[in-house]
Structure formats: C-alpha cells, structure tokens
Design a protein around this ligand. Structure first.
Ligand SMILES: [Mn+2]
Length: 350
C-alpha cells in the first residue's frame, strides 16, 4: 500500500511542503485543473506539474480525476472525438509515469451532500447528507441550490442537460460506459495505466439521473463488460458505504483478489437514526470506532487478498479552527493518514 494525499494544485492552501511532513506520505493525487473537460492534457503541462511535485519530494503516480465529458456519458455523436482526446491524455500520462487514473461516470453531479459544514458534537464540522433536504430539491422548478454545485452550471445549462438525460436510463448509461472502456482499455494495457472508476456518491439515483457504480452486482457487471485488470475501481468506502446493503469487507476482499482495486479512498461515515426512518449521515473521523464502517475489516480484507494499490485518506472534518475546503483541510486528513498507516503496519506485521 502506498499512502498518498489529494492536492488541489498550486492554489491549494494545503501545500506540498505540508503534505510531505505527514508520516508515511509517498505522493500526491492531483489533476491539471486548468484544462477544460474534454481537451487533451498536453505532455509539457503534465511534466511541469510532475516536476513541481517531485521537487517537493513527492511522487505523482495517481491522477484524480481525468473527467469524462457529458457527451461520452450521453453517448452522443460527439463522443468519438472526445474519446480520442481521452486516449491521447492516457498516453501522455503514461509517458509521464502515471500508473492510475481515477475517474467517474456520474451524470452531471459527481457527489451530492445536503450540508458542507454540519456541526458535530465535538465542535468540528463536516459534510452531511440529509434525505429530507435532498427530497425538497427540485432542480427543474427552482433555481439551483445544491451545496458545492451552485456555480457549476447556469440554470439553462442544467435544464438542458437534465432534459437530454431523460432518454438515458441506467442500462443505456452502462452501455455508454462499456463503449468508452472498450475503446480506452486496450490503450491502457499498452501504456500500463490502470483505470479506477470512483463509485457513485451517494450510490443511488438522484434527481432522476441514473447512477450505475453503486453495488457489488453493478461492479461485477462493469468488470464483465470489459474484462481486463486495467478496468478497475477506486474503492471509496464512504461512497459505497452510504448504502447499508453494500458489504464493504466482502467487496474489498473479492475485488482485491481479482486485482481490480487500484486505489483506496478510506473514510468513515456515521449514520444517525431519524424518527421517520429517512437517511441521515455525516462524515466522521477515520477510525472504525468513530463511525459506522469497519475500516479495520476493510483494510484487513485488502491486505489478506494481496492489495498493492494506492491509498489516500478521503474527506476529513474541519478541526482545530481550520476553515478548509469542505472535506479537504489538512489536519483531520493527516490524522486519518496516520491512523491508516498504523493500521496497515499492524495488519502487515501481525
Ligand atoms: Mn472518494
């Protein structure tokens, strides 16, 4: 297991120098944030980013994410040219020594929460999901007000996209994803770059938009559709774990054994029971005892089944007065990394 940390580039207040001081840290996971979705990531820009990271004493072996253009997800006639661009990006990243590309195939929104600064009992704040709030959002009727997404689309753009997705159900979306992977995976094999799809967060359909990377059954279908070890997953425990039907320990062991877990996003969430039975959860500190997920059990299953991929602590809370990017401050993620590192050492040596 190689421990990494997400870095949002030169403007991230969590600098490379700070990341390097976290025990056990080998590299950062990042992206070229200035290149518009759908365009090729040129090799000089990739190499400049890599040099900046290497100069700080860290590696750049995982990219999160190379976004997939909506036209590819929609399966429109524009997709082939956009997939050609994606392929060139894979070739360029491979040439720069990148080993894993994290991506997702979620229409329009790639994560959804109802609150970005939910205050917990200990005074920290974190991301939360309240089904009551989500149920009250009608994206077509009201102007967009969704935490984290208010400025990503104009109202008309969003309306247009939602309209176009009306003819794309889950089956069609999986078909479009299979088409995309069918074209890129042979290139990945050639360049030795592994694709690691991030599960849908949360793992169910929202606002009438289909979501397909949601469960063991669906991941099995994805792997069968394009059967190559280069077609793998990012095991994001907090995303898949939001659906209590997902047995994460079992899935971690099964997919690690298949050699399909290329990247681990380790984080914990806590379910809070509501009187009316509706779902509410907030993100919690990483240790097993602090949330509802068995982080020890997941790491043990990965270890025992030969996991050799990259890991990063996923979202942290804002603690100690830090006012960081929601989920991506320094302190709680650093605590998470240290916990995960220690857990892994104990499991490995036991
Ligand atoms: Mn994640």
């Amino acid at each position: 297991m190689k421990m990494t940390f997400r870095w949002y580039g030169p403007n991230d207040p969590v600098t490379l120098d700070k990341i390097r001081q976290i025990p056990g840290m080998t590299g950062v996971v990042t992206a070229l944030y200035t290149i518009p979705v759908g365009e090729v990531w040129d090799l000089p820009s990739i190499l400049a980013l890599k040099k900046q990271i290497n100069d700080a004493g860290l590696e750049m072996e995982v990219i999160e994410s190379v976004p997939v253009h909506e036209e590819i997800k929609l399966g429109s006639e524009k997709r082939d040219a956009l997939i050609d661009n994606y392929i060139q990006t894979i070739r360029n990243l491979g040439a720069a020594g990148v080993k894993v590309i994290c991506y997702n195939f979620m229409p329009v929104f790639d994560w959804v929460r109802s609150e970005l600064k939910f205050r917990t009992a200990d005074g920290s704040n974190c991301l939360a999901y309240d089904q009551h709030t989500i149920d009250g959002i009608n994206l077509e009727k009201q102007s967009l007000s969704l935490p984290g997404w208010d400025e990503s689309y104009t109202r008309d753009q969003l309306k247009g996209l939602l309209e176009r997705y009306k003819s794309v159900d889950g089956e069609k979306l999986l078909e479009n994803m299979t088409y995309f992977l069918g074209r890129i995976i042979p290139v990945c094999e050639e360049c030795d770059v592994r694709m690691a799809v991030h599960p849908d967060d949360p793992p169910w359909s929202l606002f009438g938009l289909p979501r397909i990377i949601t469960s063991e059954e669906q991941i099995d279908r994805l792997f069968a559709a394009v059967d190559s070890p280069y077609n793998g997953i990012t095991l994001c425990t907090g995303s898949l774990g939001a659906d209590r039907h997902n047995d994460l320990v079992r899935m971690a062991g099964k997919y690690a054994k298949m050699g399909r877990v290329h990247f681990l996003h380790a984080r914990n969430i806590r379910f809070v029971e509501q009187e009316d039975g509706k779902l509410f959860f907030h993100e919690s500190p990483h240790p097993t005892a602090c949330g509802s997920l068995d982080i020890y059990g997941i790491l043990k299953a990965l270890h025992d089944n030969g996991f050799e991929g990259y890991t990063r602590p996923d979202h942290g809370r804002n603690i100690w007065g830090e006012d960081g990017k929601p989920g991506y401050g320094l302190y709680d993620r650093a605590l998470g990394a240290t916990y995960l590192y220690g857990l892994w050492e104990a499991i490995s040596k036991a």
